[in-house]
Design a protein around this ligand. Structure first.
Ligand code: ZN
Ligand code: ZN
Length: 391
């Protein structure tokens, strides 16, 4: 089976690498992936793979039906298609032609890998039963395209039994893959605190309700909340990333805005931190006679990988490249979490994307670069897992 998978992928690979260069040069922001989706559809058309397009905006769902008789399970493999508002400085030969838009998170690799896997699996459909759904989703970098696609019913008819995905990882070399069961990505929530005081002269603070002194104390207090309110064994971060207020050296302002992010791995920890930030902000404001408006927005769910699926993916991967178990989760967010939440036998793994003589700039960096070679490895792992899972 390994040789057949390798052969089928090698046959399509040059075409897919061209495709990758094309979409890398023409990156599109979240929910604007029109050209990318059209290119995906044109490849699916060419190889006679059935699909539906225009799902939750620009999403595409390809469908391959196995021709072997058997249990008839359904596997969904997911790729995200969107790019970021970054000016590319990677220096690569197929750099973005669009000023200020770049595939700086490697979603061009994810899309190409899934397409490569799709064409190879379609050729091998005689060797498995059941159904493979190919989910090309929009908008991972902003509000998320996975949840809206699920709401249109992509997990039903036939009902999906397992979901898998990969993310490229620049701290790991090409030819390696990393696996983690259990908590893998945090929820990337956001909050805003607007402190409404009463401004006035710098020389008479007693006549004002100073929002700045309240802001300073709120920041110190809320960044410390996880250390006292959550278990020391629960990874968590509260990071204030914006503070805006004040216009002159001698004026106490009327108001200050604080904005930031909360990263935790469970709903219980989320509830605790959401409530505690509100209480802290209100109580500190009250001391100084200021008022407080607080808004907490829950974004993606935390991503929890299924242990058994992670082990099966790793077993497939071991046939094609070097593998390792990752010891720590990441505090980043990932909307594949809606799929792991909806379908318990699901997991995402990391695929090393940095070539030996390259530096490995981080995801979202203007210098981020992922090697073409990832596509082959990623597609091999997906194909191998698909055939094993469906039989
Ligand atoms: Zn990203
Ligand atoms: Zn990403």
């Amino acid at each position: 089976m390994v040789d057949e998978i390798k052969k089928n992928i090698a046959e399509i690979l040059p075409e897919i690498i061209d495709f990758r260069h094309k979409i890398h040069m023409r990156p599109e922001l979240s929910f604007e992936e029109h050209e990318t989706a059209a290119l995906v559809c044109s490849v699916l058309d060419k190889y006679g793979i059935e699909y539906r397009s225009g799902i939750a905006g620009t999403g595409v769902l390809g469908i391959i039906k196995g021709e072997k008789s058997g249990a008839g399970k359904t596997l969904l493999i997911r790729a995200d298609m969107d790019a970021l508002p970054v000016c590319e400085k990677s220096g690569c030969a197929f750099a973005s032609e669009k000023e200020g838009v770049m595939h700086a998170c490697g979603h061009d690799i994810h899309t190409s890998t899934l397409l490569c896997c799709a064409v190879a699996l379609n050729k091998m459909r005689g060797s498995f039963s059941g159904t493979v759904k190919l989910m090309f989703q929009p908008g991972e970098e902003t509000t998320g395209g996975a949840e809206p696609m699920i709401k249109t019913g992509v997990l039903e008819n036939p009902k999906v039994d397992s979901c898998v995905a990969l993310h490229v990882e620049p701290s790991m070399k090409v030819g390696t893959a990393g696996f983690k069961s259990g908590p893998f990505y945090a929820c990337p929530d956001e909050f805003d605190i607007v402190i409404k005081g009463r401004g006035g002269h710098a020389a008479t603070p007693q006549k004002c309700a100073d929002p700045l002194i309240a802001a300073v104390q709120i920041i110190t207090a809320i960044e410390n909340l996880p250390t006292r309110l959550l278990s020391p064994l629960d990874p968590a971060a509260v990071s204030v990333c914006m503070v805006n207020g004040g216009t002159a050296y001698n004026i106490i302002p009327d108001s200050v805005h604080i904005g930031g992010s909360v990263r935790v791995f469970s709903d219980a920890d989320r509830d605790t931190i959401e409530n505690a930030i509100g209480k802290t902000a209100n109580n500190i404001c009250a001391i100084y006679g200021a008022e407080c408006e607080y808004e907490y927005r829950r974004l993606f769910l935390p991503l929890i990988n299924d242990k058994n699926t992670t082990e099966l993916l790793k077993k497939s991967a071991e046939k094609y490249l070097e593998t390792q178990m990752l010891s720590e989760p990441t505090m980043a967010g990932e909307d594949f979490s809606y799929l792991t939440d909806a379908v318990s036998s699901s997991a995402l793994f990391w695929l090393g994307c940095t070539e030996d003589d390259c530096e490995g700039y981080p995801l979202h960096s203007e210098r981020f670069f992922a090697s073409d070679k990832c596509i082959e490895y990623g597609a091999e792992i997906f194909c191998d897992y698909a055939i094993n899972f469906l039989n």
